[in-house]
Design a protein around this ligand. Structure first.
Ligand code: MEV
Length: 412
């Protein structure tokens, strides 16, 4: 493309032109996007009026020429670098608080399901989990008026509060303060954080970890800092301790990495590839079941009969290994069989429920290759592996059996 410009100086003007055109495209994208209606300002994007941006760019080129800065040779390259550096500064400046435009940053995080190994994973056995992009948590961070502190708006709960007014161990306070500390920013900032989610709460789909992940991502972006998936996962883990009591860490890991993971507590977090994408139907019993309660009940039972529970956990761990292998070789029938086997063991540790059993049976009657509860159990969601022929009948059977919601998702 650059070859279209014949001389070195024209080549440089061409490069500049294309950079400016790209920046304008970014601006346009945000100006024309349907949502949110307010200006959007990501660290790499601009929050300026198209017109003034254009004028500024043209102006900077004129300035370069007026200042008789060279456009050819080594010195030309230096002036190009200088101009690029100046151009690069524009978005940061425009995003700074205190101007007419207050900065706003949005981030998302998906839900998750555990395919194999829930509960046993708390006891050091492996588990396999995948993200579910069909449900999402969203966090929006905005600069707020000076002195207003940190306000959280929980959209779904119709609840607005100042972060310092809630207990220190409130999960939202924990994720915000931990993230700001990680970013090297104290709590003395003025921000409005709006959270909302399509992930049902306490149904085994990772709503808590997804909200925390979305907040950590949005705060990081808002401060113009890059947080790795690992850092975000570790931050979200701090809130998982509040939600779950003794969490394994699998939920925050799969949600922050947004990839299928093979996970062993404190040891392994392998992201792995799905050889042949397969379909899952997720059926919701409509019953909220806090993970903390189910995890505690399993712990109490384990303390009373360690030998038996350890054996069951070992068997579940073996299924998780086999499940990963089946996914990696693309053996969808085997995935279904292994899920059935995993569910039998989950029943033995008493985390199923009549409602889950009803949906799992319905899915099998509809032709699912296999089905199991997913997550803490006792309520929440179940999952079934289906083919393109059985996805319809299984979804229908689940609804007829009383599922409050049915999601079809592809695991890839
Ligand atoms: C919850 O999604 C999964 C459990 O195994 C708890 C945990 O791993 O922390 C039940």
């Amino acid at each position: 493309m650059i070859g279209r410009y014949s001389t070195p100086s024209l080549q440089k003007v061409g490069i500049l032109y294309r950079i400016i055109a790209h920046k304008k495209r970014v601006v346009n994208r945000h100006h024309h996007s349907a949502s949110p209606p307010i200006a959007t300002c990501f660290p790499q994007t601009l929050q300026v009026e198209k017109e003034s941006q254009h004028n500024w760019n043209v102006g900077s080129l004129l300035l370069l020429r007026t200042a008789r800065l060279p456009l050819v040779g080594f010195r030309g390259t230096i002036s190009l670098i200088v101009l690029l550096a100046v151009l690069h500064r524009v978005p940061d400046k425009q995003c700074e608080k205190g101007g007419d435009n207050l900065a706003l940053t949005v981030a998302h995080a998906p839900g998750k399901v555990i395919l194999f190994g829930e509960h046993a994973v708390v006891y050091g056995r492996p588990a396999v989990a995948v993200p579910v992009q069909d449900v999402q948590a969203m966090a929006m961070v905005e600069d707020a008026p000076l002195g207003s502190g940190i306000t959280v708006v929980a959209d779904d709960l119709n609840h607005t509060f100042n972060l310092l007014d809630v207990p220190r161990d409130d999960p939202l306070r924990v994720i915000v303060s931990a993230t700001l500390a990680r970013l090297g920013v104290g709590m003395q900032v003025d921000l409005k954080i709006t959270v909302s989610s399509t992930i049902p709460i306490a149904r085994g789909l990772g709503s808590g970890a997804a909200i925390s992940t979305a907040i950590a991502r949005a705060l990081g972006k808002h401060q113009g800092q890059w947080l790795t998936s690992r850092a975000i996962s570790d931050l979200a883990f701090e809130t998982e301790k509040i939600y779950h009591g003794t969490p394994s860490g699998i939920d925050n890991t799969v949600i922050a990495f947004e990839k299928p993971v093979f996970f062993v507590k404190d040891k392994i977090r392998d992201v792995f590839w799905v050889r042949r994408p397969f379909q899952l139907v997720i059926g919701d019993t409509g019953i909220a079941s806090p993970t903390k309660v189910a995890v505690k009940d399993v712990r109490d039972a384990w303390q009373q009969d360690r030998e038996r529970y350890e054996e069951i956990f070992d068997e579940i761990g073996t299924l998780a290994h086999m499940g990963r292998e089946a996914i990696e070789v693309g053996d969808v029938e085997a995935i279904g069989r292994l899920m059935d086997a995993n569910h039998k063991l989950l029943r033995l540790i008493k985390v199923s429920s009549p409602e889950l059993e009803g949906l799992i049976q319905a899915a099998r009657q509809g032709g699912a290759l296999g089905a199991k509860l997913a997550g803490a159990g006792r309520g929440g969601n179940m999952i079934a592996v289906v083919t393109s022929e059985t996805v319809g009948p299984v979804s229908m059977m689940l609804r007829l059996a009383g599922a409050k919601n049915v999601i079809v998702t592809e695991i890839r």
